[in-house]
Design a protein around this ligand. Sequence first.
Ligand code: ADP
Length: 437
Amino acid sequence: MVVGVYIIFLNVALIIYFSFREGLRGGYISAGSAILYYFYIVYTRHYTGQQYSSGIATIVMLAVLYFVIAGIIGSLKQEIDILIDREAEGKRRLESIIQQLPVGVLITDSHGKLIQSNKQIDKILGVTIPIGFNFNTYKSFLIDMNLNKSQISLLNQIKTGKTTLNKILSYERSDGTKLLLRISTTQIYNQAKKLIAAASIINDITQQKALERQKDDFLSMASHELKTPITSLKMFVELQRNQLAIKNSQKAKYFNDRIFDQANRLKELTNDLLDVSRIQTGKLHFIMEEFDISQVISDTVEGLKDTTKKHEIIFNDPKKQMVIGDRYRIYQVLDNLISNAIKYSPSNSKITVHATTEQGKVIISVQDNGIGICPDQQSKIFDRLYQVTDPDVKTYPGLGMGLYIAKEIVNGHHGDMWVQSSKGKGSMFFFSLPRCA
Ligand code: ADP
């Protein structure tokens, strides 16, 4: 009897084992074999009557129990297998995506140990960083690989694992090739907000930067080439205009004035192109001095009043306020803001300029009642060559350089520029400048 109970439990253990190993098939085969074995015992012992019928009833009960156990454990095992397969497939897919990305990828765990990288990173760096390499304790690697200063600086960048976006770093490969790399590193947290990894994306932008420089050089050269003939054209037209004024020929004077205006416009455009190229190449320099900003505002307003008979330009705060900056460049910023206010406002509307002081700063504003700017465009209008693309704004001429240059000039003065605007109601542009102590 005791042996029989042991056999029953031994069979249960076997069924569990085979169900776990082989799934449903293994479970059912082992359950079936155990039941057949029980039948074999009943028949070989030649049970009769009561003994026979209770033996058969026990076998049926055990058969139900064994097949249920085999069914539950076997199907659990198969589901676990499917989940593991799916996870492995997902991991494989992710790995092959990372391998084939056209940018270099380095993924470290929370201790700075490299857990994944791709072929592209080896190609860019000219050195293979082995999986398991610890960015926090890499001294022996430096000695083994004989890394140069720029390579160490790059490793330090990744070591921190701190989120950095589009940081540009000069890099020199061991063979002496010089590269410009753009690096973005981001920390990755799990749902419990625990740091689990850091991923760095490294892009070789050497060629792209070389092309950009070529374009900027071209822009600079083209603007210089254009500027010389335009300046002499303007000078000759002015001389001729003076001559015509003496002879008093109205029609000829009218045509001459238009030529003069157009030459002026061309000069402004080439100046803007030159400024954009100076900003791009870091060559926009300022001649800093102390000056009265109210005087510069009054001069700009007076100068622009002659360009429009349809707008009223008012400057409300003409009291002396000394600031530090490049007088000519600040004049250029004001000229751009007021000219835009004129350009983007209907006739007969008022343009108001204010200058107020606030905590070591002077804040200058130019307000118009013009077409206004939608909220989603307001931050973009300060970008290089950005123009609003609404069909109703498209009709205004321009190249989208003015506000970009103006903001760069103000930033170069440690000031800021911003806008408040309401579509259809008007805009108010602000900029701040440091006040003299
Ligand atoms: P643009 O030469 O096109 O005027 P800017 O850089 O000066 O270039 O201006 C960029 C864009 O900002 C313009 O295309 C225009 O849509 C918008 N903008 C600038 N000033 C105003 C204003 N006062 N009112 C409405 N829109 C403006």
